[in-house]
Design a protein around this ligand. Structure first.
Ligand code: EPU
Length: 420
């Protein structure tokens, strides 16, 4: 297993480019199950989760071909309608084959994604929505066994919570249903808009993506299309926070600044200077910055996927300040605090709130990444810590960041991957 070694203390400077979005490409890849033919995706990041999704699609019978950042998915006759445990357990987004397979083939068997490190992460809203559309579902030996008698029926579905994956699964299924589907209290994330754009390219009529009411008018059959994946807003945010924690002056290019508004407002409130030039965000650091509080929330609120990295930054705010970070999306997304403490951070947990003391001296130490965003948090802390920080279990990082260490090195960080 690889490790990342960081010798902290360097100030980051320069420009770095953002890759395609992990959380956009995963549903896009699974949407290819809705239409026979060749689907072409550009700006596809090179990530472990993309690889796992490709393995799952191959297992179902799709042919995949990658050339640089372009990925072609050929879906003709599928040989299986079953997403097995070995693949879904590696990546929860595997549940996103359920809607497309049910809508297209009338049946599917998908391993129930178990709990994972950051929380229980139920999928009951995915299932509730698909049941409302006429699917029958049972659990058999850990598999969701789903069937539809004729075709799924368009329905008015009210989500009890704006689940991202649930909205995506129902949207995809609704594109081949009979009649119009409305999703109320839908997730509003940019990745939902990206998926809607591709579903429209395939021939469906999806309106309202990006608002809490999405209307889907189906089309049978759908045809494959070509699509460029949106930039990864969480990667962009992580890079900006890396610049901030090192008191750097950096530009993050090829991103969509409006997708990062919640983070940019908090950075400005803390005292950082933000300048937006088209698809580039420039960040300059003040000599000292203040603590600010955050509450994670569904988009456009502060993203839970940047909470851990923001915590690393807050350990370096002005001495005397305490910042409160409240996590409302996942019940167990503070595991990085124990590891940050190994570097010297002073963080008190009080239920779903972390109180982070500013002005702590971080000193390098061996630490272990517990999940994807926790890995990024520890790397950021390592950039500021005195001496060497060794981050173990970086396979978590590889699930969702394309060459993060190379991008940080290009900004001047002393960071390298050690192969074991
Ligand atoms: N939830 C339920 N029932 C459901 C669905 C969700 O209780 O049927 C709960 C979950 O347990 C969780 C909360 O609702 O506590 C949010 O879940 P959501 O369905 O919105 O998230 P997701 O689709 O599983 C996506 C991203 C996550 C990101 C969340 C929230 C993908 C592949 N994953 O997950 O990304 O944190 O939305 O924004 O899009 C990451 O990239 O590190 C990551 C975890």
């Amino acid at each position: 297993m690889d490790k990342i070694s960081i010798i902290g203390g360097r100030t980051l400077k320069g420009t770095v480019q953002v890759s395609g979005s992990k959380n956009a490409i995963l549903p896009l890849l699974f949407s290819s199950l809705l239409a026979d033919g060749e689907h072409v995706f550009h700006n596809v990041p090179d990530l472990k989760d993309v690889e796992t999704s490709c393995l799952l699609l191959k297992h179902l019978g799709c042919e995949l071909q990658r050339s640089g950042n372009t990925l072609k998915v050929k879906t003709n006759k599928l040989k299986s309608l079953k997403a097995p445990y070995q693949l879904v357990r590696q990546m929860r987004a595997g549940i996103l084959v359920l809607g497309p397979l049910l809508a297209r083939y009338g049946r599917a068997e998908v391993s129930l994604p178990g709990g994972c490190a950051i929380g229980t992460r139920s999928v009951h809203l995915h299932l509730q929505g698909l049941r409302q559309m006429g699917a029958e579902m049972n659990l058999n030996k850990g598999l969701i066994v789903a069937r539809v008698k004729k075709t799924l029926q368009g329905k008015r579905i009210l989500l009890d919570y704006p689940t991202v994956g649930g909205t995506e699964n129902i949207m995809m299924a609704a594109c081949l249903a009979k009649g119009i589907t409305f999703i109320e209290n839908a997730a509003r994330e940019p990745e939902i808009i990206d998926l809607a754009e591709y579903l429209n390219k395939m021939g469906a009529k999806v309106k309202g993506a990006g608002t809490d009411l999405i209307q889907i008018t189906p089309k049978r059959p759908l045809s494959p299309g070509e699509h460029t994946v949106i930039p990864d807003r969480i990667e962009a945010g992580t890079l900006l926070l890396a610049g901030a924690i090192t008191k750097g002056h950096i530009s993050v290019s090829s991103c969509v600044p409006s997708h990062l508004e919640a983070l940019l407002l908090k950075l400005e409130a803390a005292g950082f200077f933000i300048n937006i030039k088209g698809p580039t965000i420039e960040l300059s650091s003040p000599p000292h910055f203040s603590t600010v509080n955050i509450v994670t929330a569904p988009y456009p609120g502060f993203p839970t996927d940047l909470q851990a990295q923001f915590m690393a930054l807050m350990t370096q705010a002005k001495t005397g300040g305490v910042s409160s970070l409240r996590e409302t999306i996942f019940e167990n997304r503070f595991m990085h605090t124990q590891e940050l403490a190994r570097l010297g951070a002073d963080v008190q947990l009080d239920g779903h709130t972390a109180l982070v003391k500013g002005g702590t001296l971080l000193r390098g130490a061996p630490v272990t990444a517990t999940d994807l965003r926790a890995s990024a948090c520890l790397i950021l802390a390592g950039l500021r810590a005195q001496g060497e920080t060794l981050v173990h279990r970086v396979y978590h990082l590889d699930r969702g960041y394309e060459s993060l260490e190379k991008k940080l090195a290009s900004l001047g960080a002393n960071i390298k991957r050690l192969k074991e």
